[in-house]
Design a protein around this ligand. Structure first.
Ligand code: AMP
Ligand code: GLY
Length: 418
């Protein structure tokens, strides 16, 4: 029997741990650092600094960990896979060079544009004058992104000149050489595709849709994600095939040309525009909260899938097709601006699956610790059935935590792409 280590502490990592535990080969999953809401028979947590690779390697060796799976991007961008490989430990994820696809938007944009892979037109700038010139070239609405990792919050969309100039002046007040990406706004329907990439093979998970904005009706600031559903009826088989053949495979080939072999999860954030699918972003790990509605659909063995990919054995994962999955995120009421305080985590009906992200334990009770706190997930034969039970429960429990009231509301209908 095997022991698996999952790196990370969010609701996504909780789902990953539960999915590994379903494998007949896995006896125990250790989540590092995890959180106090994850503990269950077969799942333990260990608080270690996930950027201290020497300690993680020693722990993996001492505990005879057979496989490490990295949930979040920070250790990947910092080179955890290279470090584990050097210590001859099995780990699934891209190496540091490949992880730049998420770590640097400027790198990602260069790979795409040099290889004519469809994406929003963009200009990378490092001064206020160049940024203003780039905005004039791109036109409105304009999207402005910071180059570094920002947990989904380094992006803003601007509609008009005076407000954009004020924003840019503010950005360059803090740092005269700030690297920004000034980008064309893409209208359309956004979806997430997770590809599991191994040596000479790639398999895809069911599509998911994520709600990035904080408030119902897609209002308010961008967040890490306030809810999700899967599968995604709005994307046809043809659009999915085009996404794979025009975006995903050419990106992996483009990296190969630069002697970068991509292995691990590749998350393509796609905008389905009236001119076809285009890349909005690449991430080098699973998405949160999409994972919470995608991984429960895996009917075959997750440990076999990941070790098969690592060892270059042909894999054929089996995904359910009967049910629709909905996940609603509960967050601190003041997320993503600040933390309002500690709130007791609600208790849901057992039928609902709860993946816990941010919490502390006091006298046996769990309290929120800011940010996104948990994802509550349900499955049903229609999206409506799946979501109704979640919202019914949320009405009943009357929590102080905040959530969007419109997750999966429109998802059974085909939305118009403008
Ligand atoms: P990113 O950090 O690049 O993933 O962007 C976060 C979110 O901002 C995306 O998921 C989109 O919803 C939105 N966004 C980013 N770039 C664009 C764009 N060029 N056009 C429209 N929306 C965008
Ligand atoms: N749900 C968006 C992300 O994981 O980046």
């Amino acid at each position: 029997m095997k022991k698996v280590m999952v790196i990370g502490s969010g609701a996504r990592e909780h789902t990953i741990a539960k999915t590994f535990l379903k494998s007949s080969k896995v006896q125990e999953v250790v989540v590092v650092p995890g959180n106090p809401g994850m503990g269950a028979p077969g799942i333990t947590t260990k608080v270690l600094d996930t950027n201290d690779f020497a300690s993680l390697i020693k722990f993996a060796q001492d505990e005879a960990i057979s496989l490490t799976f990295v949930g979040n991007e920070v250790p990947l961008v910092a080179g955890i896979v290279d470090a584990f490989n050097n210590a001859h430990l099995a780990i699934f994820g891209p190496k540091q060079q490949a992880a730049q696809l998420e770590g640097s938007k400027a790198f990602m944009k260069r790979i795409l544009t040099e290889n004519e892979i469809p994406t929003a037109k963009s200009i990378t700038v490092t001064s206020l004058a160049a940024a203003q010139q780039a905005v004039t070239e791109i036109g409105y609405p304009v999207v402005i992104k910071t180059d570094e990792l920002a947990a989904g919050k380094g992006v803003s969309i601007h509609q008009e000149k005076i407000e954009t100039s004020e924003f840019l002046e503010f950005m360059y007040q803090k740092n005269l050489n700030h690297k920004l990406i000034i980008e064309e706004y893409l209208a359309g329907f956004e979806f997430s595709l997770f590809s599991f990439v191994g040596k000479n093979q790639i398999v895809n998970a069911p599509l998911a849709h994520d709600y990035k904005r904080r408030f119902a009706g897609d209002k308010g600031p961008n967040t890490g994600g306030m809810g999700s559903y899967s599968p995604v009826a709005q994307v046809s088989d043809t659009d999915l095939s085009r996404t794979i053949s025009e975006l995903v495979l050419p990106t992996i080939a483009a990296l190969k040309k630069e002697k970068i072999d991509y292995e691990g999860v590749l998350y393509t954030g796609v905008m389905l525009t009236k001119n076809g699918p285009k890349v909005i972003e690449y991430n080098v790990r699973l998405g949160d909260p999409e994972t919470q509605v995608v991984l429960p659909q895996l009917e075959s063995d997750f440990y076999d899938l990941i070790t098969g990919l690592l060892q270059g054995k042909a894999v054929k994962p089996k995904w359910q097709t009967k049910n629709k999955f909905v996940g609603v995120v509960l967050s601190d009421p003041d997320y993503p601006i600040k933390t309002s305080g500690q709130h007791e985590l609600p208790k849901f009906k057992e039928q609902l699956d709860v993946d816990i992200a941010s919490c502390e334990i006091e006298a046996g009770n769990l309290y929120s610790h800011g940010g996104r706190v948990l994802t509550v997930v349900n499955a049903g034969t229609t999206m409506e059935i799946a979501r109704d039970l979640i919202y019914h429960e949320l009405d009943r429990i009357n929590t102080k935590l905040a959530y969007r009231s419109d997750i999966a509301e429109l998802s059974d209908k085909k939305e118009a792409i403008d």
